[in-house]
Design a protein around this ligand. Sequence first.
Ligand SMILES: Nc1ncnc2c1ncn2[C@@H]1O[C@H](COP(=O)(O)OP(=O)(O)OP(=O)(O)O)[C@@H](O)[C@H]1O
Length: 628
Amino acid sequence: MTPPSRADGPEAAPGLLPIADRRQVHRAALHLIQRDARAFTTMIVFNALAAAAGLVGPWLLGRIVNTVKDGGGVEAVDRLALGILVGAVAQLLLARHARYLSHRFGERTLARIREQFVDRALALPASVVERAGAGDLTARGTSDVATAGQTLRDTGPDVFVAAVQALFILGAVFLLDPLLGICGVLGLTGIWFATRWYLRRARSAYLDQGAAHSALAEVLSATASGARTIEAFGLRERRIAECEDEIKRCVIARERTLFLRSVLFPSIDISYVIPVAGVLLIGGAMHEQGTVSLGTVVASALYLRQLSQPLDTILQRVEELQSSGAAFARVEGLAAAPAGTATPTTPATPSPGDTSEDDRIDLDGVYFAYGDGADVLRGVDLSICPGERLAIVGPSGAGKSTLGRLLAGIDTPTKGTVTIGGAPIASLSPDRLRRQVVLVTQEHHVFLGTLRDNLLIAAESATDMELHAALAAVGADWAEELSDGLDTELRAGGHRLSGARTQQLALARVVLADPHTLILDEATALLDPTTARHTERALAAVLRGRTVIAIAHRLQTAHDADRVAVMEDGRVTEIGTHEDLVAAGGSYAALWHSWHGDRPPTNSAHADAPGTGTDPLATEARHHRPGS
Ligand SMILES: Nc1ncnc2c1ncn2[C@@H]1O[C@H](COP(=O)(O)OP(=O)(O)OP(=O)(O)O)[C@@H](O)[C@H]1O
């Protein structure tokens, strides 16, 4: 028997995405079976037929023994031998077809799991995905789905076929003689105890072994990469001692798993022999007394010997089943993912008409906390008029970005309301919301696909002319020079966009989405000078005619805004025009004087600015949208 697979895979990280419990996993598995019930039934029937065909051999062998014992002729023995051959061929063909059906069922079900996963992942609110982290979602969508798929395609069918075979074999022994059947089952109990003993200890032992390997690898690679420093500081002996310690830990961990295997495998091998020996002994005695025929004893012993094969398969695969059960629970966990981490205080159902009366944004007594943490926003009241340029300033951690996320509808307040034109932002459909508010950060993604696909994300029904116009609006002239135009494949062996072009593409999407309000959070703060200049021009075109809420990292932005809101410790502590706030002599005035000193205010985007960012609220963008 080959050793069961190692159980030293990574522990399921306690991610924020939920993990399905046992009942949910069972229900989901049952649902998947029900969706392909016919294929599943056919698979069972063929597996059962293959297992039944496998029983023909030993049974006929028993008949041959009886026939020979009763003095039957060669002809009768030949007929029975031919039957064995037919049984073996039938078993081969039926098992092959059963496996083919199992694989088809497995592949189809895997495809369904994948589709369901993608649907669920896409339906997750952005805030949930952000908080859970891309790593968790990616791991679930790749390695966990692959592990569950491996089970459906190989492990599951293997175990299933083996279980059916084992059941049929035991059933056949009981049919031949119930007493011999009981004898066989009792003989097998050793396997149950040995496996239980092993499984109880294996998980932690293999996890320790994996951890010891990782620690050793870490020490070795650190020693190799820091060799010069180690020599320079005379740390050689200390490093060698550390390596030796880790090697010792590895040896101890490996000896432990070796010990477990050295107990398990002989116990199982002996357990396979016990029922055969028991049946031969008891069957022999019964034959002596004339209660069973010699053929029955021989057939029972052969059946029990044959049992080792399916049992071996089940034991080898049992750990794989355990780990894939955990993987499936993580995949299914997405079904239980929250619709949002914060509880909306406003009804989730759309308000009448799902439309805003105007573009005015109001925050009323807004509180927000991440998860179970402390309040990050603590009673924010704010009104932003259509076409206004509002700069939000404040120290790091004051809650500016959080406020931006609430204004963009990414997060919902734990208390209070955020409304657009009187409609709670939480009640707007994603499509509707996109046309109202868009948050622009410096994180831009180029999706796999053509340039057109990347643009249509923002406006599904836009014509090519509109797409070209949007690209032109942000100064993306390079798009016109692409050999395949809008059909140019981006990424994955296709055209790679530079940072500046990626940003222009993202801004072209904003033009297409055509929201009345833009929230700028670090959209340009950390860009290199060349990219910043490109982005500045593109951004100016995008901002024209829209309400802009800029989370200002430079006071020049605040200076150019219509109004400035100062945030401190989750509250808006000052609000007004730059001049009013400077005159009021509060914290904004202090900030302005300390940054600005005696220098006169300037509209130049780069003057005096720390870093290389651009000023999104510079005057060139201050032309309101017609009609706004
Ligand atoms: N995803 C998150 N999970 C938990 N806490 C968070 C998360 N994002 C922000 N916070 C916390 O919320 C508080 C406000 O953060 P926020 O980013 O809104 O402040 P900020 O004023 O924008 O700061 P900065 O100018 O440094 O970006 C901080 O204490 C921060 O640690």
